[in-house]
Design a binder for this molecule. Structure first.
Ligand code: 13P
Length: 254
């Protein structure tokens, strides 16, 4: 079912104590009134997922995601974590294909497609990130770029598996820059993404998929972004590190 979702990507931030404090604050602040029908997901550093899931044992309104996983289930891959490891901690989801993974760790959509498969095998929800670079936006290639990303990472899935995937559109030029996509730019790209999913699968799958916007989304601009019919929520970086800001963004979706 198409869900309204606010997800926080904490990236490489917080010590374990700071992470637990933030989770405690979120658990307190996110009342039923604020949540409405919105799903909240947090993606802390993988090192703390176990403690955080334990902290949230009695809290069923905050789901926990990894920020990345390896494309194999196990093996000699020093420093990596796998989908079965995340599943064994009872995590709910995992971000894959973040532009920082693409940019700094050379990840391609062919590789990301395998990560999505590993996650789906474990009943973990893949949060698939796509988005164009500034040069691609400037030269008018943004639709082609995102269309290709979607095709390469998702077209091999069955319609049933695709129904489990969350898509996050994160224009690279908007991530951590303070330069947010305008609501019109976000809506235009989200509608395009939905049309591509309809072409690759069918109209029902496209209608059901949640498409989140990410890139300098904050309490001030969230409501205008979320007001668009094809924007189903946000994937939040910097503003997810502050409980009040993150909760204000959740409020903006209701
Ligand atoms: P910022 O919200 O800090 O721009 O980061 C967005 C992001 O990369 C979320 O995955």
């Amino acid at each position: 079912m198409r869900r309204k979702i606010v997800a926080g990507n904490w990236k490489m931030n917080k010590t374990v104590d700071e992470a637990l404090d933030l989770v405690e604050d979120l658990a307190d602040l996110l009342t039923d009134d604020i949540l409405g029908s919105t799903d909240v997901i947090i993606a802390p550093p993988s090192l703390f997922i176990s403690e955080i899931i334990e902290e949230l044992l009695d809290v069923d309104y905050i789901a926990v995601a990894g920020q990345n996983c390896h494309h194999e289930n196990n093996g000699a891959f020093t420093g990596e974590i796998s989908a079965p490891m995340l599943a064994s901690l009872e995590a709910d989801a995992c971000i894959v294909g973040h532009s920082e993974r693409r940019q700094y760790f050379g990840e391609t959509d062919a590789l990301i497609a395998k990560k999505i498969d590993r996650l789906l095998e474990q009943d973990l929800v893949p949060i698939y990130c796509c988005g164009e670079l500034l040069e691609e936006r400037k030269s008018g290639e943004h639709f082609t770029k995102v269309g290709n990303q979607l095709k390469e990472a998702l077209s091999h899935l069955s319609a049933n598996d695709m129904a489990e995937v969350i898509i996050a559109y994160e224009p690279v030029w908007a991530i951590g820059t303070g330069e947010t996509a305008t609501p019109e730019q976000a809506q235009e790209m989200h509608a395009f993404i939905r049309s591509q999913i309809a072409m690759m699968f069918d109209a029902d799958v496209a209608d059901e998929v949640s498409i989140l916007y990410g890139g300098s989304c904050n309490p001030k601009n969230a409501a205008a972004l979320f007001a668009n019919p094809d924007v189903d929520g946000g994937l939040i970086g910097g503003a997810s590190l502050d409980a009040d800001d993150f909760v204000d963004i959740v409020k903006a979706l209701n």
